[in-house]
Design a protein around this ligand. Structure first.
Ligand code: CMC
Length: 391
């Protein structure tokens, strides 16, 4: 035990070997199973990328068709389960409902809980990919009180998600430009090696907890503002700057003075010490989507103003702080019509195949041991108990 080393935040400790995602933070490189993120963002679809992450290879047409059909067959939720979404206060945070909902899937699909049984794990994989978008759409609908729509297997995965989220019955057209943009954003979020939520999924799963419990824990980790919650925090920050008159200089001064711990949300990354390759793609998409929707957004101007200052300011340059994936995504989600609180559930939907792939890799790797970090004890040494009357 004398050899235990202290590494807060795992700055320099690898928790696992993995063959799923490669990041070179100094060069700004991200690849899923060897395929560069920009090629996937441009050419792939979310389900195809999900297949790649989970099974290791790009599917041929027949395989992708079969997998898509299998997932679409399961998008519907148990009727009883729909009650669940109305049982929480309407203004309760969607991530809290999503986390609870995902762990509750274990109660409906008890025949899929043994992670050591490949058939059960395969079924759980399909069920998660199928049910989570429906759940997120229902969580969005519950805030507005609009009727819940049944999934429609004739629509594409992403189109059906948008339709269930926004459409009224009999009024169900979804703008194909939005489908394409969201599909691409989901690809960008689909995996990012051993980030906080993924490490959580692996840690929980290392006790052989079922995949629903493990991924629900990952949703909890993702909700924090230093992780997936940053996309929501960025929009709140931009809105506040706008409400205060749009002056970015004073805000940046406060960030650099670390006044009240205020940070430039959507900036900085543990691994990227270079422009986050995802952020570059999202920035371009933000211009494209807002342009297509004919929405000029003052918040986009503020965001670009902040970025320009940051990229030329010693504070950010010295610390190698660049925009991360969360900096521009919220602006696109907002233009699409998502309320701010729905941004992080969208991240969760994107990250779902990554969590599944990492859980499966963890559970089938013979080198996996239960996650159990050591500590460096700094408390009292031995003391003798005294009676309460003598303290
Ligand atoms: N604004 C201002 N200063 C910052 C920021 C920021 N966004 N990020 C880091 N710094 C400073 C930090 O104060 C520290 O300065 P000093 O050396 O003077 O103490 C230095 O840069 C190193 O920061 P750190 O907190 O030690 O770095 P970390 O690797 O522990 O944290 C991070 C990484 C992403 C949590 C952090 O950069 C951050 O809080 N960013 C804002 C939140 C955010 O955008 N999160 C999304 C991350 S990407 C997608 C995702 O995972 O969801």
């Amino acid at each position: 035990t004398g050899l235990v080393t202290l590494d807060p935040g795992f700055m320099n400790t690898a928790s696992t070997e993995s063959a799923i995602t490669y990041i070179d933070g100094d060069e700004g490189i991200l690849r899923y199973r060897g395929y560069p993120i920009d090629q996937l963002a441009k050419n792939s679809s979310f389900l195809e990328t999900a297949y790649l992450l989970i099974y290791g290879e790009l599917p041929d047409e027949e395989t992708l068709d079969a997998v898509t059909r299998r997932i679409k067959r399961h998008t519907i939720l148990h009727e009883d389960f729909k009650e669940f979404f109305t049982a929480f206060p309407r203004n309760g945070h969607p991530m809290a409902v999503l986390q609870a909902g995902i762990s509750a899937l274990a109660t409906y699909y008890q025949h899929t809980l043994d992670p050591k049984d490949p058939h059960q794990l395969e079924t759980a994989t399909v069920l998660l990919m199928a049910k989570v978008p429906t759940m997120i759409a229902y969580i969005a609908k519950r805030a507005t009180g609009l009727p819940l729509l049944y999934p429609d297997a004739s629509k594409s995965y992403v189109e059906d998600f948008l339709r269930m989220t926004f459409a009224l019955p009999y009024q169900e057209d979804v703008d194909p430009a939005l489908v394409k943009a969201l599909d691409m954003l989901l690809i960008l979020h689909a995996d990012h090696e051993q980030n906080c939520s993924t490490s959580t999924v692996r840690m929980v799963g290392s006790s052989h907890a079922n995949i629903y419990a493990s991924i629900a824990a990952g949703v909890g980790a993702l909700s924090g503002p230093l992780h997936g919650g940053a996309n929501e925090a960025v929009l709140d920050m931009l809105g506040k700057i706008q409400a205060e008159g749009g002056g970015v200089d004073d805000f940046m001064r406060r960030v650099k003075d670390k006044e009240d711990g205020v940070r430039l949300m959507g900036f900085g990354h543990r691994v990227y010490k270079h422009y986050d390759p995802r952020a570059a793609i999202v920035k371009e998409a933000a211009h494209e989507v807002l342009g297509k929707l004919g929405k000029s957004d003052e918040l986009l101007e503020i965001a670009m103003g902040l970025e320009e200052i940051a990229l030329n300011d010693d504070y950010f340059v010295e610390r190698k702080l660049y925009p991360n994936v969360d900096f521009y995504t919220g602006l696109i989600y907002k233009a699409m019509g998502f309320p701010t609180q729905m941004f992080t559930p969208l991240f969760a939907l994107g990250r779902l195949p990554g969590w599944i792939a990492q859980y499966r890799e963890m559970i089938t790797d013979p080198a996996t041991k239960i996650g159990r970090p050591r500590q460096v004890y700094i408390g009292e040494t031995e003391r003798q108990y005294t009676d309460i009357s003598e303290r």
